[in-house]
Design a protein around this ligand. Structure first.
Ligand SMILES: Cc1cc2nc3c(=O)[nH]c(=O)nc-3n(C[C@H](O)[C@H](O)[C@H](O)COP(=O)(O)O)c2cc1C
Length: 418
């Protein structure tokens, strides 16, 4: 029996335009579209949008979020009936609560325990996707890999067709106007001091200039457990630690991290590594160990990669991928409600990705990063609450097929004019 109610925390109200067909005009043989605006409530607890009626808006406005009100004492003409769908939607919390309602309350409590910047929280929750397929990839130059298995060649062919039709439709989209220029020019600089073009040689410079994204990997020649261990240790492993303030330990890795907090976690999905069982793992930085979460068959693991990477089927051939998540609570404990914290964490992930690229280049392996991921599918697999530990993207690696030529961007060397 429902006794108490209160408004859930983390609700945003906004007017959303809704296109409407003008039926009278349609019956008279013409098409006219008008735009009506409707009031929508979004709650962080579910990430869903809910169209509010006048009565529901009145109820939300009458409820506090900081304490419970007896349902019979809420100043509203039909509080009990109006509250019921709002409780299901996570906009109003109920006391006592059972089942799904209790789960929403628990989620709100966990959310309240972390000092999120609310704009960042909304962006994070509302930018997640589920079961989506990539449709916007444009590949600039591809080559059919001669040694590739038939089905992967077919997949490659499908991909090439998709990519070239995307390129054609982008080019045909005259209403976009011309694309923005590739080099930016500022207006009226006072002068331009042309700098000498560096000719420095050495391993690091060679690695930096030869780094590239590899998307097709050699199935017959998997990476070894030692290679995987090296990649994990020098990308995500702790090289040293320091007690920053009593109880708060900072970590130094090979990449920098805002506040030396290193909130990014790596969950290796091992597909094809000699000496390591196929499956989903957590990389324990503390122990430099792979913690097995779910043993899997190769086909299961390949399907998981494809689903997680928005249907980018070529990543099935990777030997191992690293699902990157962020432990928001680690950063927000120190940087409370800080609007920049959310952005800083993504920069951390970028550094880790580049480190993996350089290591792979040095070891004769290939690397990739994909930001096109089905976050919600990943959350389901890893059992994550997105406001506690959120999905960032996927890095991956393996031994390149044909030296890495298929599906790589082919570019022309650029030398600034002198
Ligand atoms: C943040 C980020 C997201 C990316 N997402 C994808 C992706 O979804 N799919 C993909 O095939 N490549 C992805 N890439 C790789 C880029 O396409 C690649 O870096 C770019 O084409 C330049 O090629 P290069 O890395 O070989 O220099 C991503 C790279 C970055 C940095």
């Amino acid at each position: 029996m429902l006794h108490g109610v209160r408004r859930a925390r983390g609700i945003t109200l906004r007017y959303e335009p809704r296109p409407l067909l003008n039926l009278t005009a349609m019956l008279q043989g013409s098409i006219a579209v008008s735009h009506e605006e409707r009031l929508v409530a979004i709650t962080l607890l579910t990430g869903e949008r809910y169209v509010l009626s006048e009565l529901e808006l009145q109820l939300l406005s009458a409820l506090p979020s900081s304490h419970w009100l007896q349902i019979d004492q809420v100043p509203h003409p039909s509080a009990r009936e109006t509250a019921a769908p709002l409780i299901d939607a996570g906009l109003v919390l109920a006391d006592p609560a059972e089942g799904a309602h209790a789960a929403l309350r628990a989620r709100e409590e966990r959310f309240g325990a972390i000092d999120w910047d609310e704009y960042a929280a909304h962006y994070h929750v509302m930018s997640r996707v589920k079961d989506q397929d990539v449709g916007e990839q444009v590949v600039h130059a591809v080559e059919a890999p001669s040694g590739a298995p038939a089905d992967s060649r077919e997949r490659l062919q499908e991909y090439v067709e998709l990519a070239s039709s995307m390129s054609r439709s982008l080019a045909a989209n005259a209403w976009y106007g011309p694309p923005p220029p590739h080099f930016h020019r500022v207006d009226n600089p006072r002068e331009a001091l042309e700098l000498p073009i560096p000719r420095v040689r050495g391993e690091l410079f060679d690695l930096l200039t030869s780094r590239k994204t590899i998307r097709v990997y050699d199935q017959a020649n998997p990476v070894t457990a030692e290679e995987l261990s090296t990649l994990l240790y020098y990308t995500y492993g702790a090289q040293s630690t320091v007690e920053l303030i009593p109880g708060l330990v900072g970590i130094r890795k090979t990449s920098p991290s805002g506040g030396s907090l290193h909130p990014i976690e790596a969950y290796p999905l091992v597909l094809n590594v000699r000496g390591v069982e196929t499956g989903l793992y957590h990389y324990s930085v503390e122990r430099h160990a792979l913690e097995l979460l779910r043993p899997m068959t190769r086909p299961e693991a390949e399907q998981m990669v494809e689903t997680m990477a928005l249907g980018q089927s070529y990543f099935r051939s990777a030997h191992a991928v690293f699902i990157l998540t962020a432990r928001w609570y680690r950063n927000f404990w120190k940087y409370r409600r800080a609007p920049k914290s959310y952005r800083v964490i993504h920069v951390d992930a970028g550094h880790l990705s580049q480190t993996l690229y350089l290591l792979c280049q040095r070891m004769g392996l290939g690397a990739f990063y994909t930001g096109a991921v089905n976050d919600i599918n990943i959350e389901d697999v890893l059992q994550l609450d997105p406001l506690q530990e959120g999905v960032i993207g996927i890095s991956g690696c393996g031994r390149p097929l044909n030296g890495g030529a298929p599906l790589t961007l082919i570019t022309t060397p650029y030398v600034p004019p002198r």
